[in-house]
Design a binder for this molecule. Structure first.
Ligand SMILES: Cc1cc2nc3c(=O)[nH]c(=O)nc-3n(C[C@H](O)[C@H](O)[C@H](O)COP(=O)(O)O)c2cc1C
Length: 316
């Protein structure tokens, strides 16, 4: 049987499929529809220090080959997360990663400090695609600010791996990737959604109440793949920083593309709305693929994409 296990900065996962934050609740909401025990890891909805109702509806619209969301980080907040969600999370049959968001440095630091000692949480993913309330600038698009934020968070999270989730809405993703690594990120995940909009031509108004939202799903996969490849070759490979790739993964072939491009694992989000069992099916497909090409360990394929100018790869 081929070995799908992957080790991410010391975190050993049975297979490389994770859920994308925000697409399947806090823990067991999808338990009737997917086999949670077969996930490499489950990633929670973003948790903020304070409870948030999120944006007004309409906050999700379907687009061609994808969807737009402007949920506005609706979530129960740290206190209720600890009291109501953690008892359920502790009974999960797979590792759970908490995704944390914030609107100030203090927000992130306080929430991540609370995660550090929590049993039942194996790591923290930082959603940095949020504007700072003080000046409205997004944490994840400015390398100086991102490095500072990562450093402050890592200081209060010494006992768990920190994953910084990169925004694709930047001119130079290697600059933000480098900032996160220099700030102390143990891993990178990419990408978050692309800022986009859709128009109702009859009302001549935006389809989302928030006007803009984040585009996800198959429509973004080729761009996400390109960004993973750039970050892997531009910084992550040389620093030994594992990448969790995401953006439009729907079939096992998509996961293989991300892994060849440099991802050590993949997260699956929008595809869950079509078929919640997607991660389980991706694993089956990966096993069959490895058997077909005669490779024992999936991890041997990470970053083995050969680009023009590369030294030819050893035969598989
Ligand atoms: C409905 C919805 C809600 C999301 N909420 C969050 C969130 O709370 N925190 C976060 O970091 N990313 C959030 N995302 C982004 C996803 O985690 C992921 O980065 C993105 O959707 C790309 O992957 P996909 O194409 O497989 O969905 C959300 C995406 C969707 C579709």
């Amino acid at each position: 049987m081929p070995d799908l296990s992957t080790t991410l900065a010391g975190l050993k996962l049975a297979n490389p499929t994770l859920t994308c934050s925000g697409t399947c609740g806090y823990a067991k909401e999808y338990a009737d529809f997917m086999d949670l025990s077969q996930l490499g890891a489950f990633v929670t909805k973003s948790i903020t220090r304070e409870e948030r109702p999120g944006n007004e509806p309409t906050r999700i619209v379907e687009t061609r080959a994808g969807m737009l969301n402007a949920i506005g980080l609706a979530n129960v907040g740290l206190k209720r997360f600890l009291n109501e969600k953690m008892p359920v999370i502790r009974t999960m049959p797979c590792p759970v990663i908490a995704n944390v968001a914030g609107y100030s440095y203090e927000d992130y630091v306080e929430t991540c400090a609370a995660m550090n000692g929590l049993d039942g949480i194996v790591g923290v993913e930082l959603n940095v695609s949020c504007p700072n309330v003080k000046d409205g600038l997004t944490f994840g698009t400015d390398p100086v600010r991102l490095k500072d934020l990562t450093r402050q968070v890592k200081n209060v999270l010494p006992d768990k791996p920190l994953i910084v989730k990169l925004s694709p809405n930047v001119e130079d993703i290697i600059a933000t990737a480098r900032a996160a690594i220099e700030g102390g990120a143990d891993m990178l995940s990419l990408v978050n959604t692309f800022t986009a909009m859709a128009v109702d031509i009859w009302k001549r108004k935006p389809r989302l109440a928030n006007v803009t939202g984040g585009l996800s799903g198959p429509a973004i996969k080729p761009i996400a793949l390109h960004l993973v490849s750039r970050v892997y070759r531009g910084i992550a490979r040389s620093t030994g920083t594992p990448i969790i790739g995401m953006g439009g993964v729907q079939f096992w072939q998509d996961a293989v593309e991300f892994i060849l491009a440099g991802a050590s694992a993949v997260s699956i989000g929008t595809a869950l709305f079509v078929d919640p069992a997607t991660p389980n099916k991706v694993c089956t497909g990966l096993e069959e693929y490895l058997a077909k090409i005669g490779v024992e360990q999936l991890s041997d394929l990470v970053g083995t994409l050969e680009l023009p100018g590369d030294k030819p790869k050893a035969a598989l």
